[in-house]
Ligand binder design. Structure first.
Ligand code: 5GP
Length: 187
């Protein structure tokens, strides 16, 4: 069954603004994790494009300053959240390569933090796996929508309370391959 496509309303964050900010994040991460092993933990599916660009930004930052080395390993989890207006949001882990995390530095790579329920669930789950540290890098943050407190260490952009697509984020599994972040006309 095909889903009717709402019209794209406008570009909220351009391709060049995304790339410039991700370069800055990569530089900051290399400084903070200098000479450490780091597990980049991507949250499927929305973070995949950000994840790939961030990983390469970390590589570029190392080229610019070769004394700072960060050894990267990639891991991924997939979560599903069930939203219901009368019950608290329930989050479930449906796929996860999380058996490698014990005594490792873990950097969660998220597409967007909205209410905070997904990130809170993921952090609580990951702590049971006994990592050395957990930090969070999200491309987008909607702080006005927060329902539970979560700690975010690296934020690409704070955005207003509006539904966005592109650069990995979907509407009904579409729009993920837009190279920019856009708002939709009607949802
Ligand atoms: P939270 O648990 O923080 O409320 O929600 C996080 C998840 O909700 C994100 O990983 C994403 O899948 C989804 N989400 C929240 N806001 C948006 C949005 O504006 N656009 C899209 N495409 N997904 C969103």
């Amino acid at each position: 069954m095909s889903v009717p496509k709402p019209l794209l309303e406008s570009v909220l964050i351009s391709e060049s603004d995304l790339q410039n900010r991700i370069h800055e994040l990569g530089t900051q991460i290399v400084t903070d994790y200098e000479n450490k092993e780091l597990v980049l933990l991507g949250v499927l599916r929305g973070s995949v494009i950000f994840f790939a660009d961030l990983a390469r930004a970390i590589f570029s930052a190392q080229l610019e300053n070769p004394v700072k080395e960060v050894q990267l390993r990639f891991e991924f989890v997939q979560l599903v959240s069930y939203r219901n207006s009368t019950k608290p949001t329930a989050v479930e882990l449906i796929r996860g390569g999380t058996d490698y995390l014990e005594q490792r530095h873990v950097l969660i790579v998220e597409d967007i933090v909205d209410t905070g329920h997904t990130l809170k669930f993921l952090c609580e789950h990951l702590w049971t796996l006994k990592p050395k540290t957990i930090q969070v890098c999200t491309l987008l943050d909607k702080p006005s929508q927060r329902q539970v407190p979560v700690a975010i260490d690296y934020t690409g952009f704070e955005i207003p309370d509006t539904f966005v697509v592109g650069y990995g984020l979907d509407y009904a599994q579409q729009y993920r391959n837009l190279p920019y972040i856009a708002m939709l006309e009607s949802i």
